[in-house]
Design a protein around this ligand. Sequence first.
Ligand code: NAP
Length: 205
Amino acid sequence: MKISIIGTGNVGGALATQWAKAGHQIFLGTRDLSKFDDKHLLQNPNTSLHSIAESAEKAEVILIAAVPQAVQAIAAQIKDFVSQKTIIDAMNSVRVKPEGFENTFEALKMLLPESEIVKCFNSTGFENMANPIYKGEGIDMFVAGSSKKGKEIAQKLSSDAGFSTCWDFGADDKAQLLEHFALSWINLAIMQGHGRNMAFKIIKR
Ligand SMILES: NC(=O)c1ccc[n+]([C@@H]2O[C@H](COP(=O)([O-])OP(=O)(O)OC[C@H]3O[C@@H](n4cnc5c(N)ncnc54)[C@H](OP(=O)(O)O)[C@@H]3O)[C@@H](O)[C@H]2O)c1
C-alpha cells in the first residue's frame, strides 16, 4: 500500500518503520524539508520524504500522528488530495485540543468530509507500535469509525505492523471512547507507575 505519514515523531516513526519492513511504500510528510529531523527513517526500505501535501497526494492511505493543535493546518494542506482516501487518526488530545473541537477525530471529520476517517494506533505507547510482540504473541489494537473501507485498511495495517486482533471498537460515536481508552493506558503505564512495557489484550471464553 502507498502510505503517507504526517507527523514523523514517536508514533509516525514507529509505524513508518514497521510498515516499510512489511513492504509498504512510505511517503513521509514534513512541514519543512530542510529541517527534517527524523532522517534515520529514510534508511528504511521504500521510504521517501515529501511536503505534507505531496505525501498525501502520492498515497492511498494517510496516517496523521502529529500534535492535535496542528490538525487544522494539516487538513488545509491535504484537503485537495484526500477525497475518498482513508485517513487514520492516531492522535490523542492529552493536554491540548484542536481549537474549536473536542478532539482530532471530530476536527478531521468536519474539515475533510469526503475522506474515510478512522481512529486507530492511538491506544498504546509508541514502543508497543515499534515492537508489539509480548511473550511471542502480538498485542491487540483497536479501531473506531463509521467507514467500513477505512476500518478494513486500518485492520490490515495493524496486522502488517505485527499486532494480533484489531478489534472493531464501534462507529464514529466511539472515537472519543477510544481516546479515553488510550488515556486509560497512559494512566496505568505512567500515572500508576506500571511502566510503558505493558499492553492491552482481550481474552474471551
Ligand atoms: N507517544 C506515544 O506513545 C503516543 C501513543 C499513541 C498516540 N500518541 C499521539 O500521537 C500524536 C503524536 O505523538 P508523538 O509522541 O509521536 O509526538 P512527537 O514525537 O512529538 O511527534 C509529533 C510530530 O508532529 C509534527 N508536527 C508538529 N506540529 C506540526 C504541524 N504544525 N504540522 C505538521 N506536523 C507537525 C512534528 O514535526 P516536527 O518534527 O517538524 O516538529 C512531529 O513529527 C499525539 O497526538 C499523541 O497524543 C502518542
